[in-house]
Each structure stands twice: as C-alpha cells, then as structure tokens.
Design a protein around this ligand. Sequence first.
Ligand SMILES: C[S@@+](CC[C@H](N)C(=O)[O-])C[C@H]1O[C@@H](n2cnc3c(N)ncnc32)[C@H](O)[C@@H]1O
Length: 313
Amino acid sequence: MELGGRMLWALLSGPGRRGGTRGWAFSSWQPHLPLAGLLNAKELVSHWTAVFEKRGIPEAQASSEYIVAHVLGAKTFQSLRPELWTQPLTPWQLQCIQELSSRRLQRMPVQYILGEWDFQGLSLKMAPPVFIPRPETESRVIAVDKGEAAICLTEENAQRLRLLDRIRIVPLDVTLEGSWAHLLPWGPVDLVVSNPPYVFHQDMEQLAPEIRSYEDPLALDGGEEGMDIIIHILALARWLLKDSGSIFLEVDPRHPELVGNWLQSQPDLSLDLVAMRRDFCGRPRFLHIQKSGPQRGCPADVWPGPQPARVPG
Ligand SMILES: C[S@@+](CC[C@H](N)C(=O)[O-])C[C@H]1O[C@@H](n2cnc3c(N)ncnc32)[C@H](O)[C@@H]1O
C-alpha cells in the first residue's frame, strides 16, 4: 500500500536568499572550527550538523549531509557507498566541504550551494537569483507493507532511484488492531494507492505455476471473497485521508460490486465508490473511492498534525 501525500519541503532554502554564488571565491571563507581529526564523511556530517544547529541554521543535518555527499560525488548521504562514510577525506575534499558549509552559515539555500537540485525527476541547474522551484507539487510517499522481503526490496529500489528523501517505508501489518495509529505521524494524506492481495482463496490453486511457485501467497490471497485486506485498507483510510481524499485500488472483476455493497453497509467510514476503470482486456479492475464529509470520530487529541519531513535510515 502506498500513501501519497503532503509534499516534502525541507527548509533548505531558508528565508534569506541573498546575492549569488557568482563572485564567491574560496578565499572568501572563514574557518569556523578547526577540522583537525575530523577526517571522514560521517564525522564531518556530525561536526557541521552541530555547527549549524548552534548557529540556528534550519535543517542542520540534512544541510550537512547534502554538502558532504555532493563533495563526494553523490546526491544524498544515504546513497553514498557505506565504505565512503568512514574513508579519510582528501585535503581538497575537506576544503570544499568547509567552503560550502561556510556558505550555508550565510543562510545560502542548499540548492544554490550545490548548484543543482532534483525536481520532478529532473536534475536542474540552480543559480542565484533564479527562483528555486518549490516542490509544492511533489509528493511524499509513505510505502506500507508487512512483508520483510517487500520492504527490503522497496528500500533498495528507492536507493537506486535516489528517492530515499521522498519516501518513508513503514513495515506494518494493516490488519493489526490500531495499525492506523502508526501511520498518523505522516498524515493526513491526499491519496491511498494499493494493489492489495485480492485473489479469491478458492482461485489460488488455478494461478499459473510461475505465480504459485515463486510469488508469496500472502501477496495474493485475499481470503474467501478476496476482501480480507481490502476492508482493512478502507478502514485505515478513514483515519489517514484528508477530507475528499481518494483511494485507488486494483481489484478482481467481482470486487466493484462487493466493495460498493460493503461501503454502503459501513456509512461511518464516509467513503463512496465514485468510479471504476477497466484493464486492457476490458475487465473492471480499478476502483476510485473517495472520502466524503469531514472526518468523523477521530479524537482531536490523537491527531499529531503535520510532521517535519524525515529521511529514513
Ligand atoms: C499484490 S502485492 C503488491 C505489491 C506492490 N505494492 C505492488 O503494487 O507491486 C500485495 C502486497 O501486500 C502485502 N501485504 C499482504 N498482507 C498485508 C498486510 N496485512 N499488511 C500489509 N501489507 C500486506 C504483501 O506483502 C505484498 O507485498
């Protein structure tokens, strides 16, 4: 299950965009703390995080991670090969990190310091005073699965695609009582998108050997009417979705009717089946369900409100 939602906008741009990097020269930096003994990437991140925090620089850790990763040739610290975290840095790398960090102390946005920034899947050049594209239209994704293998592979793929700073991967069994509470810190969300296990139990035997023998039955078997996990996702959505938020579900062709009837029997969920779409073979396989009125029944003191962006790890 994936929850797409509130965009991540780390406060990396800071309030005071000043001048430009043009004209900045290495001679312009003032050393802020001696670097003696701080020789590897991890230590430098800790060092500059502490300096930034002390000087009230927003997103202290993310800023120092981006700077150190950039100098080591990566986009994010998480995507650096782990051996580079502890490998001694060259004097040139130390000097670059010192210079770039000094700019951050002047409240220069990280996007300008690095000179490039990923936006909507594109790596864009950034230079002051040209406006930094704000990712108001970007999504932050919360990926939920109970399967350990699925969680590990998702983490690996997110790393390969350099999406670790935009995805939160949560190992969670959505059928567990109160599981919604684990997701609250990242809500409320605009969308819930899920390809749940929805195969009718009696159909499992008829699946092709390629599926039966190799894919996890827990990823496929939806119980007697294929609804076992679907109803838990719908119940969770009640707590997680914003008003008028949507759920998109891949289902069996028998499910539009079953899900529609079930929703009608659960008026407290405030969810309506608003559309059905067909697959390439013309079978009804995709459901659009929408939350209607204001959220009912969620205790006001349970909702923690918007949380700061977090990078998994
Ligand atoms: C059909 S697969 C879809 C995988 C992936 N989301 C996709 O769209 O390709 C269903 C997934 O649901 C997960 N799953 C099954 N039961 C679950 C539960 N109770 N809570 C959370 N995830 C569950 C399985 O581990 C499996 O990865």
